[in-house]
Write a protein that binds this ligand. Structure first.
Ligand SMILES: Cc1ncc(COP(=O)(O)O)c(C=O)c1O
Length: 329
């Protein structure tokens, strides 16, 4: 099997549900819209990072780790899910944040704390400094006799989304859904790159629309290319289909920048909540669903072809975004 060489821990509830968006689809006049619920996992409130963590934690346990170190801002979903997975597996967890300590814990950082993780606050620094600090911490821990594992090997984590593409394809086949279009988020590009690699391995059964929520087209493309090639090297396989054939990047939904909300994405959150009872947050998933809606409206995703959006989770962040959704006075 494709992944059998890689130690893997069962953390996500797979396959995640593939659901028909009856009412949301009707509101955009598309009868065959689907959502893949990667937000729907029982551990730590779920999300895309649990698929990555299955492989990261597999490697950690194989190496005999007694502690994991992860980096991110306090609102990071990756930190929250690393803390949850560590709790489940009986490992200690240290989170390295590049901010000042928050005065009040809420959203993801509250949950990371509840899962028992220790947080270190470096103050406002860039991601490179944060990574250097984390590497230095790992060295200090080793010198103290601990066995730390640093979370974040990108290619290894991407395997989770290679698998997600295969999983979605199998679900669609089993339900006789002729799935032709998929919409997925692109921030640091690990989720999308894995999914694109899986799609290429399958021979391109569906086209993948990557909604950029962080970087310019050029930067995101180079990240996707780098990750795509790194996955190929890790697995020792080159798909016959190229990245160019499988993927289109869309820049129209980023708005003013990463984590900066747009009125259309806020509306997408309201619409999906009120037509389907499904929650989005404003950094990743609401811009992605807005992208799906607009690509349908513009005819880029045809109303004659089944399409699916990947819900990557992030729900706990919504409570930190409450100001965006207050009723008008
Ligand atoms: C909920 C959620 N969705 C999407 C993403 C984006 O994934 P990637 O950085 O792999 O593009 C993240 C990343 O942190 C996330 O937390």
């Amino acid at each position: 099997m494709l992944f059998s060489r890689f130690p893997r821990v069962h953390l996500a509830d797979l396959p995640t549900p593939l659901q028909h968006l009856h009412r949301f689809g009707a509101s955009v006049d598309h009868p065959q819209l689907y959502i893949k619920r990667d937000d729907f996992m029982s551990l730590g409130m779920g999300g895309n990072k649990l698929r990555h963590l299955e492989f990261w934690m597999g490697a950690a346990l194989e190496q005999g780790a007694d502690l994991v170190v992860a980096c991110g801002r306090p609102e990071s979903n990756q930190c929250r899910l690393t803390a949850a997975a560590a709790a489940k597996l009986g490992l200690d967890c240290i989170l390295v944040h590049n901010t000042e300590p928050p005065g009040f814990l809420q959203g993801n950082i509250l949950l990371s704390h509840l899962f028992g993780a220790q947080s270190i606050y470096l103050g406002e620094t860039d991601e490179e400094t944060r990574q250097q600090e984390a590497v230095a911490l790992v060295e200090r821990l080793k010198a103290e006799g601990r066995k730390p594992y640093l979370i974040g090997d990108v290619a290894l984590g991407c395997l989770g989304y290679v698998n997600a593409a295969i999983e979605l394809h199998q679900q669609a086949l089993a339900r006789d859904i002729d799935l032709r279009q998929v919409v997925i988020v692109g921030a640091m590009g690990a989720t999308a790159a894995g999914f694109l690699f899986g799609t290429a391995l399958l021979g391109h059964p569906f086209h993948v629309h990557v909604i950029s929520v962080e970087y310019s087209r050029e930067v995101l493309w180079s990240i996707l290319e780098r990750n795509f090639n790194a996955i190929g090297s890790l697995l020792g396989i080159r798909p016959n289909v190229t990245l160019e054939e499988v993927a289109t990047i869309h820049m129209d939904y980023l708005g003013p920048g990463y984590a900066l909300p747009t009125p259309e994405a806020i509306q997408a959150t309201r619409d999906l909540a009120q037509t389907e009872g499904i929650l989005l947050e404003s950094v990743y998933t609401s811009k992605t669903v807005w992208g799906l809606r607009d690509l349908v409206a513009r005819g880029i995703i045809s109303r004659q072809e089944a399409a699916c959006v990947i819900h990557t989770g992030g729900g706990p962040a919504l409570f930190g975004q409450a100001q965006l959704y207050q009723p008008k006075k």
